[in-house]
Design a protein. Structure first.
Ligand code: NSS
Length: 433
């Protein structure tokens, strides 16, 4: 009934002529009350529109407007009126007003806005605010753009399981759970399943959640995040870096097209667009840059948050760090044949102090080489039986990567914390709502 009642919306009214009658549904976002007139800023899926309720036109229904709390769901009918003083230059003068679902007094007061903890305890309500609305719309467009990039380039989307039996990215961050009589874990990455699937489809991608029991409380880590991953058969390390830089460039320019208004609302301007190829520096060069800056780090050590910040401060466009040492990469990374102490792998870093947004590289595709590596790293080959077995049946050289949706969104929108980039964040200290 209500859906067919609606014949316009907050965005569409701008296409209507002065005097046209429109029917809208939505929520009262704010209300400004005067004795004979009430101004409502109504929101719907498309944005915001000013409604003007007057005693003169609404008669006895004016009381209903007066009594309706903010966040009540409403259905209204009114006349389009262009007025420079209205936000967006157009407003609706109401001829009818109905409360579809009333609201209690809104608990998010101005002083509550100052407490991030309260705001996240009430996330089920605070997402209705204009800032969360914009960020979540941009997030949706980001995932849509990634999907577009992959499908335009002949990738097949696969769906990998969430319950798994062995670690992809090391045991330290595995969530363990009971699986009837057995132990299972929550997946850290769909990579191994993608590797099986490339022998069918050559190019595959997933967009799905990954889980990490990261105890470190940082502004960059969630315990549940959305992972965009791709894997390509017959591709070498350089080929996959090309995919990463093309994907990121595509996402950024598409976001400006799809949700430019929301991006400007959050950042004040559109996103800076990039063109591949991106700059590539070796891990060795990165260490040199850091040491010159006085950062205490030796060759062979991994970058922590401080190192990533110090390094990426030196750049103003995204860049790759390539050739990480074997010891600090997961077992599946292919050693460089010309220099076996480093891997054919890379991280894509966002500039300006932000740091890692993707991680990828070439995989070991030879059965014996992988078996030896698993043993050498002190892992149990029986935990990787099927992963090894795919290497006995025509597994070509292949490469892939993973990109965290919230990481990229946080960087692009300059959000204070990664939890702002997701609907209901999961962190070590937050499992509710
Ligand atoms: O651990 S990664 O560095 N790499 C992998 O999981 C590979 N198995 C991916 C692949 O090659 N298919 O994670 C990849 C990206 C990383 O660059 C971040 O952008 C994101 O996933 N990531 C996270 N985002 C938010 N929170 C946490 N905890 C997190 N961990 C990784």
């Amino acid at each position: 009934m209500w859906l067919s009642y609606r014949n316009s919306n907050s965005k569409d009214v701008k296409n209507k002529a002065e005097g046209e009658v429109v029917r809208l549904i939505g929520w009262i976002f704010t209300k400004r009350e005067h004795p004979e007139k009430i101004f409502i800023n109504m929101r719907d899926r498309y944005g915001y529109i000013q409604l003007v309720a007057s005693k003169e036109m609404l008669k006895e229904k004016f009381k209903d407007v007066r009594e309706a709390n903010v966040e009540s769901a409403i259905a209204v009918e009114g006349v389009v009126k262009y007025d420079k003083r209205a936000p967006g230059g157009v407003e609706i003068h109401l001829t009818d007003f109905k409360v579809v679902a009333p609201a209690d007094i809104w608990p998010v007061t101005l002083s509550a806005l100052k407490s991030p903890e309260f705001m996240f305890d009430k996330r089920h309500l605070t997402i209705r605010g204009p800032r969360s609305r914009a960020v979540l719309l941009i997030r949706s467009a980001l995932i849509q753009s990634a999907f577009e990039y992959f499908t335009k380039n002949d990738y097949v989307m696969i769906n990998a399981p969430t319950f798994i039996t062995s670690a992809v990215e090391g045991g330290a961050t595995l969530f363990e759970l009971k699986y009837f009589g057995d132990k299972a874990y929550l997946t850290q990455s769909a990579q191994f399943y993608e590797e099986a699937a490339i022998c069918v489809f050559e190019k595959v991608f997933v967009i799905q959640p990954s889980f990490r029991a990261e105890k470190s409380r940082t502004r960059k880590h969630l315990t549940e995040f959305w992972h965009i991953e791709a894997e390509v058969a017959f591709a070498e390390h350089n080929d996959i870096m090309r995919v990463e830089e093309e994907l990121l460039s595509y996402i950024v320019s598409r976001l400006n097209e799809l949700v430019g208004e929301e991006i400007k609302y959050i950042r004040g301007d559109l996103l800076k667009e990039f063109t591949p190829p991106f700059e590539k520096i070796s891990y060795d060069e990165a260490i040199e840059i850091l040491q010159k800056k006085g950062v205490e780090i030796e060759w062979g050590e991994d970058f922590g948050a401080d190192e990533e910040r110090a390094l990426s401060e030196e750049f103003d466009e995204p860049f790759f760090v390539t050739g990480y040492p074997v010891e600090i990469r997961s077992f599946y990374h292919m050693p460089d044949p010309n220099r076996p102490e480093v891997t054919l792998s890379s991280d894509l870093m966002a500039p300006g102090g932000f740091g890692e947004i993707t991680s990828g590289g070439q995989r070991i595709h030879d059965y014996n080489a992988l078996l030896n590596k698993i043993k050498k790293m002190g892992l149990d080959p029986s935990e990787y039986e099927w992963y090894l077995e795919i290497r006995r049946y025509g597994m070509p050289p292949h490469s892939g990567f993973g990109m965290g949706v919230e990481r990229v969104l946080r960087w692009l929108l300059d959000l204070p914390h990664i939890r702002d980039a997701t609907l209901f964040p999961r962190t070590p200290s937050r499992l509710y709502p």
